[in-house]
Each structure stands twice: as structure tokens, then as C-alpha cells.
Design a protein around this ligand. Sequence first.
Ligand code: PMP
Length: 368
Amino acid sequence: MGRFDGLPIREELKSFEPYGAPQLDVPILLNVNENPYPPSEETVADIAASVAEAARGLNRYPDREFLHLRADLAAYLGRESGGRLIAEQVWAANGSNEVMLHILQAFGGPGRTALSFAPTYSMYPEYARDTNTAWVTGRRAEDFTLDQSKALAAISRHRPSVVLLASPNNPTGTALPIQVVEALAARTAAIGAVLVVDEAYAEFRRTGTPSAVTLLPSYPNLAVARTMSKAFALAGGRLGYLAASKQLVDALRIVRLPYHLSAVTQAVARAALRHSDELLGRVEQLRVERDETVDWLRSLGLRAVDSDANFVLFGTFADRHAVWQSLLDDGVLIRETGPDGWLRVSIGTGAEMAAFRASLERVLKTDI
Ligand code: PMP
């Protein structure tokens, strides 16, 4: 008996499991790149008051265009990235996953191709699958950077309608030089394709790495995706967004479901944006902890990839699953992802990282 017997499920979905890292009830959660610091009671109270205000109008559908939230996001992004944006250049949805699905719904589809460069975020092929878009990957270099001429050649060869580029990349943490992003923006513009630069982890980037937001005035085919789930410490709020030209955003407005962003979500996101200084207040500390984690892993003789994000890819292990399991036995949940032999650890609080280090030291002494 197949799982879906009697149901007309699409052939290409039959073999899939729902996407997602294990959600386990263990003390140290370092597996999905969240910010480990919860909001202060003051921020909690302001969010709760905003939700109460929204609740008084819940008999009505929410503001379908949510221009107040889009204006707040435009102001934040302008401050963070040094660009100038208007509300109509910003789009938002329930997580940046949904924002990028909107891109594929608008610009992908049967007979079209989406291109990315592996190893990269494993949801991208799912957006392609779900929109009947062909999925093609080029390769990143051995050190997980992108070879510009090979990337340009891949675009010319496959003629995608959408190119997805994560910077900083998940699971490697690698940020792309702005010159490489610009070369790809120019080539995709020349063939009439959309370039998505997924900057989910941008706030963690090392200083001196400009955001692709700075390229928006020159490239109407460019979309820069962001999220409040990572540095912004609001993963539970489910708010992702992008900045692009007004024309590109207008195309996304065609495919969104009506009222896709609930009044509660809008209220929570706007309240959180009012407290951005606090919510982002630990980013510098997390950056320092990240760099120390890279150094510490290397001091053990392991490989660790330089990271511009809030996680570190490290290895390599002959049996990475055994290492992952041994850490879990100590109550430390990390992520088994990336190329064979590698593991990824999210940066937690100082105490959580101490627990991770103690556990990994113990595991390395045993015979794995
Ligand atoms: N892009 C990248 C590179 C990610 O790692 C993630 C989350 N793991 C997302 C997008 C999606 O995040 P969200 O839907 O929570 O905004």
C-alpha cells in the first residue's frame, strides 16, 4: 500500500517527505539558525498590546496591501543597507520562503528554468517543484565561493527565468563579493531573467560586505530577499520580505492569495520593528561568538568554513550521522546538512556554545 493510494497526488510528489529539520525537545537547540535571545518583557508587552488592538478588528479582513508595514520595512532596510526605498518597492509574506515562492509563481512555471549554485539552501528546489519549474544547479568552488565566469556561463547555457543566489549562503555561510552579484545582475538583466539574492542572514555579515540592496536602483530585475526570522529574533512571527523595483513587486501582487498576511502578523511585525535596536542588539555578540567558534574548531584540527552568517559549517567526518547523534545524546541538537561529511552548528548563547564545545570534545575523544 502506498501512502497516497486512491489520491490523485502529482506523480513527482509521491516520494517526498515534508521538508523540515527534526523538532526535538532537547535543552540546546543549535539547528535552525534562530537568534537564541528572546524578546525583553517590555517588547513582549508592546507586541501583546498591538495584537490586542488588531484583535478588536478581527471580524474584518486585514489590509491587503499592508503599506504601513511595507513602509516600516523600507525604512529599516534603508537604514541597514544604505539604500533608499519606498513602500511600493517592498513585498512581504509569511516567511521569506513564501516571498520566494511568489517569485517562482510569477516568473517560473512550466517550460521555464530556475538556476542556483550548490551546495545551497535546500528549499530552493522545492519552490521549483511546487511551481512546475525545471530546476538546474551549477557548482560552487571547493571553498564554496562562486567562480564568476563559470556562473555567468551557466546562466548563458541554461537561460533560466529565475536565478537564486544566497548571500550569505546556507549552509556554508559564504557571502558573495558585491562585484560578483553585480555581474550576475547584469547578465540576468541581459537575458530577461530575475535574480534573487537571498540575504536571510545579511545582518550577520562581516563589515565591508555591502548588501545587494545597493544595486537595486540599477537593476529592475533584481530582488533582495530578507527575513525577520534570523538576526531579528522573530522566527515565530513568520515575516519575510524582499526589496525590488516597483514593477517586480507588482508582478508578485498578482500571484499572492488575497489577505495572505494576517492582521495579527502585520501587528506583530510592526511592533517588532519599533524595537529593532533591542532585537538586533545581540548580533555583534553572535558575530564574535561565530568567529571564535570557527577558530576553536580549527584548533581541534577540524575544517570550518569562514562564515558571514550565524552558523558554521564544519567537518569533515567519515560518519557525520554518528557525530550528530552523539551530540544529541548530550542534549545538543545541530544540523546534519551540507555536503557529505559536514555538519552545521547555529550560534547560540555563550552557555549553549560551551555545552556544544564540551560535547564535541567528548565525542572526538571517542572512536568515531
Ligand atoms: N533563506 C535561507 C538561506 C534560509 O536559511 C532560510 C531559513 N532557514 C530562509 C530563507 C527562510 O526563512 P523564513 O521563511 O523563516 O524567512
